[in-house]
Design a protein around this ligand. Structure first.
Ligand code: AGP
Length: 613
């Protein structure tokens, strides 16, 4: 997962940047680089591979200076290679950029810049940023203004840091949305900037966290912050605790809240390197899925526990719909005792954050015994589930500390979507136009997640209204039926409130008897193929005196007149909507539990990894 570090001050920037990058190593990356201003000239060292490779490059051709920026990259656009590694220099060699996030409209911007005569030297989306900055610098604009104007053209969520040899006394950094944070650290006559606090914590505990759409102009003596609209911002300096665990939590109260907010970044990393936006194709090489194998598969059985099983339910809808392959979802603790019908043309796909869940491993063992093809979708690299599988998709979320799974739920949803498209492509059941559209829609995901996160205050208001409830019903249908299950699971496991997820169509067959003023009903009623059915659920709940919290698509004025509370979601392609719709439900559960003063990260009776049957 990408990381950024920068330094400006009297010391040599190179070791500070290299050490800072080292502190971000745990996030995972496949290339690294740095740029240092040496004698009024920008020197770049970068390559694919680990930081040891970058250090070797710096040893071979040393570089020293008082201003520098560095980056660890997890490839999104373009393979991990020296030419695609950050920092990216512009045509003049005077400007250099590092970047976290995805420039959603990079194809359009690249075409525009190429027409202006820009020659691109990498396959990355990031490179458009440096050329846009140079476009404005060419008209005698100062660096901060040029960066500001360039950033206004970008779609998506971003963390960006820019350096120019023509204005060597400053670093410009900005955050748009939630592609990871941008934190600025204060030293004595020196300043630091990073995507994550641990990168600079050894130097300072005085930090400023940029909000979305804020830009910082950093000199060795301090910083000025403005909005992307050019309005000056009064910033607050936070004194960060020394405790490394607290430091890891950063600006958040709990790991769960941090991990909810990390989803823009984890979803960016999830599609990183797996999507070829130009060709409209998906690559999942670790799955070892050949065209022959794709043709041979007769059935997929997804097996998992808890949250991971809810991801599997969404996967069923996606794979059946896109790849036209039958899919069963089996709770792992049931699978092995059922004498399941699987054979060598069946794929058994285990989903597990930890990759060590005893029930899931036992199900995999049973599938192996019966000769099935074994796949795993896991987060923990090197875990047992990954080791025993014939192929795997690794979740790119980084470590998940909170016992209640959040970012390790949305990542597999996107993994399964990509798997569905890949299977469909290899089985020849997708026309090119549809394939391209499905692949293209992936670009929207990180920013849509960020737009949900921006609405946390609205969700917190709803949490205040529900904080004393004793029961709660969650209703969803179609692809968001599992979202209702997952929302309910989140609430029950951290707030100890009794919550049920239900397929909305089943209401009339029993649960409707429960509805009265003491039973709030959370209804997922997005503008999707099930909208009308869900709308009628709201009417039915209201008719029985229930309090309705609706998850609705922006601009749905009808729902606003019916529901007691509305949590708004940006319009999202329906097949990707579970990864977006669950985010407010995670925040709702989180805020209810936090308001009740509970131990959010380590709820009673639960373990992060359930290694007993
Ligand atoms: C999620 O919030 C729960 N803690 C739990 O349901 C979890 O998803 C389940 O135990 C499966 O874990 P795994 O993904 O590590 O296999």
């Amino acid at each position: 997962m990408c990381g950024i570090v920068g330094y400006i001050g009297p010391r040599d920037a190179t070791p500070i940047v290299l050490n800072g990058l080292k502190r971000l190593e745990y996030r995972g990356y496949d290339s690294a680089g740095l740029a240092v201003l040496q004698n009024s000239h920008i020197e770049v060292r970068r390559d694919a591979g680990k930081l040891a490779r970058l250090s070797a490059l710096v040893n071979e051709a040393p570089v020293h200076g008082h201003v520098g920026i560095g980056h660890t990259r997890w490839a999104t656009h373009g393979a991990p290679s020296a030419r695609n590694a950050h920092p990216h220099l512009g045509m003049t060699g005077n400007v250099v950029v590092v970047h976290n996030g995805i420039v959603e409209n990079f194809l359009e911007l690249r075409a525009e810049l190429s027409a202006e005569g820009v020659v691109f030297k990498s396959d990355t989306d990031t490179e458009v940023i440096v050329h846009l900055v140079e476009r404005y610098l060419a008209t005698d604009t100062a660096l901060p203004e040029a960066v500001r104007r360039a950033l206004l053209l970008l779609k998506g969520a971003h963390g960006v840091v820019v350096l120019s040899s023509k204005e060597p006394d400053k670093i410009v950094a900005a955050r748009i949305g939630n592609a990871g944070g941008v934190v600025v650290g204060f030293g004595e006559g020196e300043m630091f900037v990073a995507s994550d606090m641990p990168a600079i914590l050894e130097h300072t505990r005085q930090m400023v966290f940029l909000e979305s759409r804020q830009m910082a102009v950093i000199t060795s003596q301090g910083l000025e912050v403005q909005t992307l609209e050019g309005k000056a911002v009064q910033y607050e300096i936070h004194s960060v605790a020394w405790d490394p665990v607290a430091a890891e939590k950063g600006e958040y109260r709990h790991f769960m809240q941090k991990e909810i907010h990390e989803q823009v970044r984890s979803l960016t990393d999830t599609i990183a390197g797996r999507v070829d936006f130009e060709e409209g194709r998906i690559r999942l090489p670790e799955l070892n899925l050949t065209p022959e194998l794709a043709q041979r598969i007769r059935k997929i059985v997804i097996t998992a526990c808890g949250t991971a099983s809810h991801a599997g339910m969404v996967g069923k809808v996606l794979i059946e719909r896109i790849a036209r392959l039958p899919v069963e979802v089996d709770i792992a603790s049931e699978f092995r005792y059922r004498d399941p019908i699987v054979d060598h043309d069946t794929v058994v796909l285990a989903i597990s954050q930890s990759g060590e869940t005893a029930d899931t491993l036992a199900a995999m063992e049973e599938a192996r015994r019966k000769g099935a093809i074994l796949w795993a979708n896991v987060n923990v690299i090197g875990s047992q589930a990954m080791r025993v599988a014939d192929g795997y998709i690794s979740m790119q979320t980084g470590p998940e500390i909170g016992v209640a799974s959040t970012k390790a739920y949305t990542a597999p949803l996107v993994d399964l979507y990509m798997l569905a498209v890949l299977l469909a492509d290899l089985r020849g059941v997708l026309d090119e136009q549809t394939r391209r559209r499905l692949v293209n829609d992936l670009r929207l995901v990180p920013d849509l997640a960020g737009r949900c996160l921006d609405r946390e205050a609205e969700v917190e208001k709803v949490a205040r209204a529900l904080v004393n409830t004793r029961h709660c019903l969650y209703l969803g249908r179609g692809i968001n039926m599992p979202t209702a299950y997952e929302g309910a699971l989140k609430l029950k496991e951290i707030s100890y409130i009794h919550a049920e997820g239900y397929p909305a169509g089943e209401m009339k067959h029993g649960p409707i008897a429960l509805i009265d003023k003491d039973m709030p009903v959370v209804v997922i009623a997005l503008r999707d193929p099930w909208y009308e059915k869900m709308f009628s659920q709201i009417e039915q709940a209201k008719a029985r005196g229930g309090t309705v919290v609706a998850l609705a698509t922006d601009g749905d004025s009808l729902i606003a007149t019916k529901a007691d509370h509305v949590v708004w979601l940006p319009e999202t392609p329906w097949m990707l909507s579970p990864a977006i719709a669950v985010i407010p439900l995670q925040m709702l559960a989180y805020h209810i539990a936090a308001l009740r003063g509970l131990d959010v990260d380590q709820p009673r009776n639960l373990a992060k990894s359930v290694t007993v049957e």
